[in-house]
Design a protein around this ligand. Sequence first.
Ligand SMILES: C[S@@+](CC[C@H](N)C(=O)[O-])C[C@H]1O[C@@H](n2cnc3c(N)ncnc32)[C@H](O)[C@@H]1O
Ligand SMILES: [Zn+2]
Length: 435
Amino acid sequence: MLSTDDSPLNGYSQGCMSFGYETRPRYHHKMPSSLRAAFLIACLKKEVLTGCGKLTAPLRVVLARFANLLVSRISVFPIHNKLLGHERQELTLIMIIPYRTLNHSKEEGMNDSTLSYLACCCCGSELSESKRRLYCTKCGISFPVVLGRPIIMTGKMMMNWRSPIDEALDISDQRTLMDSLRTLSELGIDKSVEIVLEKQKQIESITELDTVSDKIRWKMKYRASGKWFKYSNRTPRLLTFPWEEDSDGSFRAFMKAISITRPKVLLDVASGGGFGVSQQVYLNGTVMQVIAVERDPKCLTNIQYRFKHIGKSSIADAVGGDVRYLPVLSSSVDTAMMLGGLHEIHGISRVLREVYRVLKPGGSFHVLVGEEQLSVEGVSEDDFRWFTSVADLYAGGASFVQTASSCGFVVKSRVFSGSEGRKRRLVKLSKQAED
Ligand SMILES: C[S@@+](CC[C@H](N)C(=O)[O-])C[C@H]1O[C@@H](n2cnc3c(N)ncnc32)[C@H](O)[C@@H]1O
Ligand SMILES: [Zn+2]
């Protein structure tokens, strides 16, 4: 059984329980009825009795769906039963908390406390709220709040997923990364660099974002409903704490590196669907304020769903923002984190400078990223490196460390080797405390 100290639910006080049950149906009468119902369904689906290794993920899902229980850890182990004289399997469900039935009908706004950390993406000044819009107190530009999510971007910044190479080349179609790598190879590196440099000369005009389209609003609503998790196989990722698929141990080390800084204010950079930040917030009891910044609006309701699901929405908000123009006040964040976003970002050094700005002196930025940079068939390594440096794209762990140092950070990093030669780099970037 887990002790309170190493409990994955440390800091989460809501009704934890432990059970030890035999997988054999004849013992089921000892279970509470809601658990028994869920357990029987799992048995009927032959997900429980067919073998230990395969049962945990489906059982977790069945328990959540039918018995409203969120299971933190499940283990199955054989026990020698002296009375019966044979080995039996014992199923132990450790730490079960009520799975929240979420109320999706009400449009919830962000927390009042969050507003005091947010800033205008154009000038960095404080914001004030009025009639579902946020107003910059200095430059006067305003930003919409859609389905409770503040979207602090100008018209050009808000974007669905787009390949960073397409962004650098100013191609606006939604295409895969492979497609844009192919274009790069067809254009050739000289021409590609010329396009990037030309684009950098253009001064972008600021267009105020009125609101989002009906199509985007529909996608946001759909994800806020939780159906996105339910009608696909993403539910185990939503329910599993701590995340177990971590063959090289880098994810666990990443989570620990963040939590030992004991942040009160935590910033997540390029949050995607909110997987990394929700894991940290769930496991870390010291965090008082969380801001997750992501520019794809449909992801925002996804992230907020995760926060609500783990019972942390009163301290955590997903905020629409471009991480190269963080909508966060200077020197306001204790710790920042980013899980795997670097390969998808155009403007790495701008992101680093922004994170440096918003961190308090003595604060740190923790990044976990694949070590290798991309490569393109038909383009030499040197040429591709030239392109990535001009376009300010991720060019591998070693080069990232150099860029971070030149932005003022003190850098420590460690490389993890996983299966099939894949490497991941865990980087800690510290902003020096003032003397
Ligand atoms: C691989 S996902 C990150 C995964 C995420 N950290 C998690 O924990 O699941 C990369 C995300 O970066 C976002 N992104 C790319 N460029 C961005 C930018 N300039 N500003 C904000 N988000 C950006 C993309 O929309 C995408 O959702
Ligand atoms: Zn402003």
